[in-house]
Design a protein around this ligand. Structure first.
Ligand SMILES: *[C@@H]1O[C@H](CO)[C@@H](O)[C@H](O)[C@H]1NC(C)=O
Ligand SMILES: *[C@@H]1O[C@H](CO)[C@@H](O)[C@H](O)[C@H]1NC(C)=O
Ligand SMILES: *[C@@H]1O[C@H](CO)[C@@H](O)[C@H](O)[C@H]1NC(C)=O
Ligand SMILES: *[C@@H]1O[C@H](CO)[C@@H](O)[C@H](O)[C@H]1NC(C)=O
Ligand SMILES: *[C@@H]1O[C@H](CO)[C@@H](O)[C@H](O)[C@H]1NC(C)=O
Ligand SMILES: *[C@@H]1O[C@H](CO)[C@@H](O)[C@H](O)[C@H]1NC(C)=O
Length: 599
């Protein structure tokens, strides 16, 4: 057979391109950790990458995601998973975006450390340091060592960390490196302090760098490489002007003048028309092959920055960092190409769902709530119990806004009965079956797309004054006013399926109801713009999809009247449909035969 030489070459080129080989660069999609995952900080230990993200008032807080391939992220624990680790803080937190700010995760000599600042309890703002030797077990995370710190975003850095090229400039070596119990903590500002990891004693802050002039120099991380201390920070605020800038110093202790990177900002999407905006607040790490990567936050809003209900998500970018030079970071887009990724693998220890996976939860008796379900502050003991009839929820006296106890942080905080999971896909379907027999006016239970107590769209079944059941939906009017519509009389006493979905466009939620036993009875109760759940009172957080139950202020203190029936939820389902990777391009969310999500 005669084949033209040109065609042969083309075929050969195709074969070469398809052949797997260590030298092949990879292609992947951002965000790798979709849904509300702000301020990622990551480490690589023995073939597994670990990231922590900020959680503010939600609880359990500070999730740990583990991955072997940087694409499949398994939710293996929460650093803050027991109220007793930091007693008295959660319920006393007033503002919607206070709580656990941005954390740093680091590993040293068999121990993982997560350092953070808890903000928002009058007179008690505290630096918090947690540690564990087993990040796959909630219970193994220590109580918080608290320390006084007046700035957010603590970093954790031991000065004896050898750079990868083993090329430490001897004259910069701190001679006191053998003290295992001391580490440097850089914070917003950028300030530097030395923390005693045993006692929480901390030295007075000194100024390390003021950044390049953008507002809010914060989110610092220190790296020692090629004889320099490299300082990476976020600048410009966490909205459209966000960026990463860097400086380096010869010495940390007897401060040398910071030398800013000539290419600052070294990473930003400021002033671009990219779908991915607000890129900043990142951390750098190396993979097993020695290649550098970074994770940062980004918002899929486009420059219009109006509709982004998932808030700030975590994106991965390749970094080229040659000896003695500044790191070069690849701009963040939806479709990325860079260093070869480690082979795809879901072989990650521990239990917990992968971030992009569907929820198929039937709440078997004896099992704890699935790990990706979170509350707004620590729930009152006994509010959520798994029973033969499903997940039983004690009605909160407060509605989702915190009323009538919103003036009292303790009572406003703990009398809200809510649990939800992150919206992790641009297009998705979420639904749950509700079995609820309210007896008094105001008793209500339902589903909610929740950003904050001041911004949420809820579809509930509520008992009216006249003893009739209504749907209450509050996404139609921008001032949050609710509309009531009658529940069909034939549905009385039967389980109802309530659904929230975005099936067509990532800009509008559809809320519907049907008899659990008859999908044909489906009625669309209302539609709500995703702009209601973008920014505003929730500019640091992102939408949670979940359930709530309230008696709307009946009773006293934090309790509904005795005899108030519980609401029972069953058949909790969440399915991702698609991810938008640019304003007009979406990729389907398909879980392949390995269970890997194709995103
Ligand atoms: C650093 O100092 C040690 C002795 O303290 C010496 O053995 C080593 O060669 C020095 N390394 C460099 C790169 O100068
Ligand atoms: C080492 O620690 C000692 C005691 O804490 C201190 O006096 C000394 O200044 C430190 N040296 C350096 C180089 O930091
Ligand atoms: C940062 O600014 C403050 C206030 O102007 C100043 O005191 C401090 O020395 C500056 N820090 C550095 C490292 O230049
Ligand atoms: C090592 O440190 C000295 C003193 O701070 C400095 O002059 C020199 O440039 C440094 N060398 C490197 C490679 O960082
Ligand atoms: C592979 O990716 C790295 C990191 O992004 C980049 O520096 C390098 O140029 C890429 N190589 C090729 C052949 O594209
Ligand atoms: C829904 O209603 C509550 C008040 O009940 C309000 O706080 C919330 O903002 C409303 N949601 C929207 C999107 O208007």
């Amino acid at each position: 057979m005669k084949v033209s030489p040109g065609l042969t070459l083309a075929l050969l080129a195709q074969v070469a391109a398809a052949a797997p080989g260590p030298a092949q660069n990879s292609t992947y999609y951002n965000p790798v950790l979709p849904g509300w995952h702000s301020d990622p900080s990551c480490v690589h230990v023995d073939g597994i990458f670990y990231c922590v993200t900020s959680t503010f008032i939600s609880f359990p807080g500070l999730p740990i995601y583990a991955s072997r391939d940087l694409i499949n992220w398994k939710h293996v624990s929460h650093v803050w998973n027991r109220e007793s680790q930091l007693p008295g803080y959660s319920w006393a937190t007033v503002a919607q975006q206070h709580g656990m700010y941005a954390a740093t995760i680091r590993y040293r000599a068999g121990t993982f450390y997560v350092i953070c600042e808890y903000l928002g309890v009058a007179g008690k703002d505290a630096g918090v340091l947690f540690r564990t030797t087993n990040p796959f077990d909630d219970a193994a995370w220590s109580d918080a060592l608290t320390f006084p710190v007046d700035k957010i975003d603590p970093d954790l850095f031991w000065d004896d960390e050898e750079d990868n090229n083993n090329n430490i400039n001897n004259s910069t070596r701190n001679t006191n490196t053998t003290d295992e119990n001391k580490a440097y903590v850089a914070t917003q500002g950028i300030q530097l302090q030395e923390l005693d990891l045993t006692t929480g004693a901390i030295t007075r802050p000194t100024s390390l760098w003021n950044g390049t002039g953008g507002v809010w120099p914060e989110g610092p991380h220190l790296y020692k490489k090629d004889g320099y201390y490299y300082l990476l920070i976020a600048e410009g605020g966490t909205a459209l002007d966000h960026s990463i800038t860097m400086a380096r110093l010869h010495r940390l202790t007897q401060r040398s003048a910071p030398e800013p990177a000539p290419a600052n900002p070294v990473l930003t999407n400021r002033g671009t028309d990219s779908y991915f905006q607000t890129v900043g607040h990142g951390d750098l790490f190396q993979d097993g092959a020695g290649n550098w990567w970074g994770m940062a936050l980004a918002t899929r809003s486009g420059p219009a920055y109006k509709s982004y209900p998932m808030g700030r998500e975590a994106v991965l970018f390749p970094v080229t960092w040659r000896t003695g030079e500044w790191p070069v970071m690849q701009p963040v887009r939806g479709r990325m190409s860079g260093w070869p990724l480690p082979p795809r693998s879901r072989d990650v220890p521990g239990s917990g769902p992968f971030n992009g996976d569907p929820d198929v939860y039937d709440f078997p008796v004896g099992e704890p709530l699935p790990r990706n379900l979170v509350h707004w502050r620590v729930p009152r003991p006994g509010t959520f119990t798994v029973t033969e009839k499903g997940l039983a929820v004690v009605l909160g006296r407060n509605d989702l806004t915190g009323w009538p106890n919103d003036g009292d942080p303790e009572e406003g905080g703990r009398a809200v009965s809510f649990v939800g999971r992150r919206q992790t896909h641009s297009l998705f379907r979420f639904g749950v079956d509700l079995d609820f027999a309210p007896r008094e006016a105001g008793q209500e239970a339902g589903v909610v797309a929740f950003l904050t107590q001041a911004a949420h769209v809820q579809l509930g079944v509520v008992m009216g004054e006249e003893g009739k059941l209504s749907f209450r939906f509050n996404g139609t009017s921008p001032d949050g006013e609710a509309t009531l519509s009658e529940v069909p009389a034939a549905w009385a006493g039967k389980p109802v399926r309530l659904e929230i979905e975005m099936a067509e466009e990532p800009t509008e939620y559809t809320f519907s109801a049907m008899l659990a036993a008859d999908e044909g009875s489906r009625v669309v109760v209302g539609k709500a713009s995703a702009e209601l759940l973008s920014g505003g009172s929730g500019s640091f957080v992102g939408t949670l999809l979940g359930i709530y139950a309230t008696c709307n202020g009946a009773g006293s203190g934090v309790d509904c009247p005795s005899g108030t029936p519980k609401a029972y939820f069953r058949r909790w389902r969440y399915t991702g449909i698609a991810q938008y990777i640019s304003a007009d391009e979406k990729i389907p969310s398909i879980v392949d035969s390995l269970g890997q999500e194709e995103t």
